[in-house]
Design a binder for this molecule. Structure first.
Ligand code: XMP
Length: 504
C-alpha cells in the first residue's frame, strides 16, 4: 500500500509570522544572522559559518567568481556552478581565493634607472600617477621607493633625471606587511595621512598597493566572509559522476565547501559520493548533499555523512520537475518536516546538521519564514540572477532591462549529471526552463535591503539571532482570502511603479 500524506503540502506564501514581544533591546541593526554551514557536535563551534544566511544556487546563470566575490563581501557564500569543465570551475574558485578587495596589484612600475620622461609616458598610458619603483621594474620586485606626482615638478625636473634621484625612497615609506588586513591598512592610511600604502612580504617584495581613494568601498563590508588567511570563502557544486576528479581539483583550488548538486538527494549515488569524500579527505572537506523533502531523505543523508542537507524539489522558479515527473513537495512543508527530523537527530546523536531551504523564495519575507521554520540558511537562484554580478546577459526588452536565467535542467544548461540515474549521459527530457528575470542592479544594494527586512521581522518576533527566531517563532497558515487581504486592496493605486509590492 502506498503511503499517503493526508495533509496538503504548503508553500511559503501560505504562512505568516505572528509578532512576539519586542523589547527596547530588539534593535534591527544588532541582529546576528550568523548560521552554521557544517555539522557540529553539541557544545562545539562549527568549522564554517556564514555571516548572513544567503547562499547562491549552483547554476550557470547565477554563481560564477564575480558573484561569489560580491556575496562573500556581504557575508554569504556562493557555490560555483559545476556544469562546466573541472578546469574552468577550479579556475573560478582560484580567482575568488586570490581576490583581495582593496588590495591592488601595482600596474605602473619603474626601475630606479628609468627617467622622468618614462614616468610621464607611463602615466599617460595607464592613467595612474602612483608608481612603484622595484629592482626589476615588475609588480612584485623588491620595493625601492614610490613615485607620485608630488615627487617631481613638470616645469623644473629635467626629463632625463633618473627615478632613483627623485622618488620617495623605501626608508621614508610607511608600509604594511603580508598579514595586514584591510581595516588595519585603512587605519594606517588615516593615521599617517597617506594616499597609498604598499604591502610587502618578509623579503621586501611588493605584493599590493592599497589606495586612500578606495577607502569608502573598502570599509563597507563589515560582515565579509573570510578564511583564516583573509581570503574570501568560496563554495563549489559537484555531481555524483566525476567526483573522483572534481573534488581533488576544487580542494586544491581552495574551495571551502562543496555541495552535491542534484535534483534528487535520496539516492545511493549521493551516499557513494559522500563516502568517497570522507575516505579521501576525512573531515577536511565540508560537503553538503541534497535535495530531499522529507524526514526519511534527511536521515539517509545525515547517516551518509552530509555536512548540511539541502531541502526542496520542484519549487524553484525555473523548475518544471513537478510538471514533468510529478515529484516534489510544497517548500514550507518540506522544510518543516526536515527541521523536525534534524531536531530528532540532534537529540539522538548530539550532532547538529544545518539545513538549507533551496528554491522558491519569491519575497524577502519568505527567507525569514524559511529560517523560522528551521532552515539555517537559504539558497537562491532567481534572486541573484537579477544582479549585475551574475554571469548572464543583460538584455533590453520593451521598456525594461532583463537578465537571462535558465534552469540547470533546461536544454541550454546541458547539465545531465544533475539528473542522471545511471543512464546514457544525456538529458532525455527537460526539467527546467530558459527565461528572463527583471534586472535589479547591484547585489550589495539588494542584499542589504533584504537583510534589513529580515532583521526587522526578527525583532518583531523578539529574536536577535536565527536560533532565537526558531525557538520563538509563531507561524500561522493563512486562507486564500486572507492572502488577498495582505496586499493593497480596494484602492486605486496612484503610481503603478510604487504598487506596494515587495516582489523580488
Ligand atoms: P529559485 O526559485 O531561487 O530556485 O530560482 C533555484 C533552485 O532551483 C533548482 N534548480 C532546478 N530545479 N529544474 C529544477 O527542477 C531546473 O532546471 C533547475 N535548475 C535549478 C536548484 O535547486 C536551485 O538552487
Amino acid at each position: 500500500m502506498a503511503f499517503i500524506y493526508d495533509e496538503p503540502s504548503h508553500t511559503f506564501s501560505e504562512y505568516l509570522l505572528l509578532p512576539g514581544y519586542t523589547s527596547a533591546e530588539h534593535i534591527p541593526n544588532q541582529v546576528s544572522l550568523k548560521a552554521p554551514l557544517c555539522r557540529f557536535k553539541k557544545g562545539d563551534t562549527p568549522r564554517l559559518s556564514v555571516n548572513i544566511p544567503l547562499t547562491s544556487a549552483v547554476m550557470q546563470a547565477v554563481s560564477n567568481d564575480t558573484l561569489a566575490i560580491a556575496l562573500a563581501q556581504e557575508g554569504g557564500i556562493s557555490f560555483i556552478f559545476g556544469s562546466q569543465s573541472i578546469e574552468n570551475q577550479a579556475d573560478m574558485v582560484r580567482r575568488v581565493k586570490k581576490h583581495k578587495a582593496g588590495f591592488v596589484t601595482s600596474d605602473s612600475n619603474l626601475r630606479p634607472e628609468d627617467t622622468l620622461a618614462h614616468v610621464l609616458s607611463l602615466r599617460q598610458k595607464t592613467g595612474h600617477s602612483t608608481m612603484a619603483v622595484t629592482d626589476d621594474g615588475g609588480p612584485n620586485g623588491k620595493l625601492l621607493g614610490i613615485v607620485t606626482s608630488r615627487d617631481y615638478r613638470l616645469s623644473r625636473t629635467p626629463r632625463d633625471m633618473q627615478v632613483k634621484d627623485f622618488m620617495t625612497p623605501f626608508k621614508d615609506l610607511i608600509v604594511g606587511r603580508e598579514d595586514t588586513t584591510l581595516p588595519m591598512a585603512n587605519d594606517l592610511i588615516w593615521k599617517h595621512k597617506l594616499n597609498q600604502l604598499p604591502i610587502i612580504d618578509k623579503d621586501g617584495h611588493l605584493l599590493y598597493l592599497i589606495f586612500r581613494k578606495d577607502y569608502d568601498t573598502n570599509k563597507d563590508n563589515p560582515l565579509e566572509l573570510l578564511d583564516d588567511r583573509k581570503r574570501y570563502i568560496c563554495g563549489a557544486g559537484i555531481n555524483t559522476r566525476d567526483y573522483e576528479d572534481r573534488i581533488p581539483a576544487l580542494v586544491e583550488a581552495g574551495a571551502d565547501a562543496l555541495v552535491i548538486d542534484s535534483s534528487e538527494g535520496f539516492s545511493e549515488w549521493q551516499a557513494r559520493t559522500l563516502q568517497w569524500a570522507r575516505e579521501h579527505y576525512g573531515n577536511d572537506v565540508i560537503i553538503g548533499a541534497g535535495n530531499v523533502v522529507d524526514a526519511e531523505g534527511f536521515r539517509f543523508l545525515a547517516d551518509a555523512g552530509a555536512d548540511f542537507v539541502k531541502v526542496g524539489i520542484g519549487g524553484g522558479s525555473i523548475c518544471i520537475t513537478r510538471e514533468q515527473k510529478g515529484i516534489g513537495r510544497g517548500q514550507a512543508t518540506a522544510v518543516i518536516e526536515v527541521a523536525e527530523a534534524r531536531q530528532k537527530y540532534y537529540e539522538e546523536t548530539g550532532i547538529y546538521i544545518p539545513i538549507c531551504s533551496d528554491g522558491g523564495i519569491v519575497y524577502d519575507y519568505h527567507i525569514t519564514l524559511a529560517l523560522a521554520m528551521g532552515a539555517d540558511f537559504v539558497m537562491l537562484g532567481r534572486y541573484f540572477a537579477r544582479f549585475d554580478e551574475s554571469p548572464s546577459n543583460k538584455v533590453h526588452i520593451g521598456n525594461s532591462y532583463m537578465k537571462e536565467y535558465w534552469g540547470e535542467g533546461s536544454a541550454r544548461a546541458r547539465n545531465w549529471q544533475r539528473y542522471d540515474m545511471g543512464g546514457d549521459g544525456k538529458l532525455s527530457f527537460e526539467e527546467g526552463v530558459d527565461s528572463y528575470v527583471p534586472y535589479a542592479g547591484a547585489l550589495k544594494d539588494n542584499v542589504q535591503l533584504s537583510l534589513s527586512k529580515i532583521r526587522s521581522t526578527m525583532c518583531n518576533c523578539g529574536a536577535m539571532s536565527i536560533q532565537e527566531l526558531q525557538d520563538k517563532a509563531k507561524l500561522t497558515l493563512v486562507s486564500a482570502t486572507s492572502i488577498v487581504e495582505g496586499g493593497a486592496h480596494d484602492v486605486t493605486l496612484r503610481n503603478t511603479d510604487m504598487d506596494g509590492s515587495n516582489h523580488l
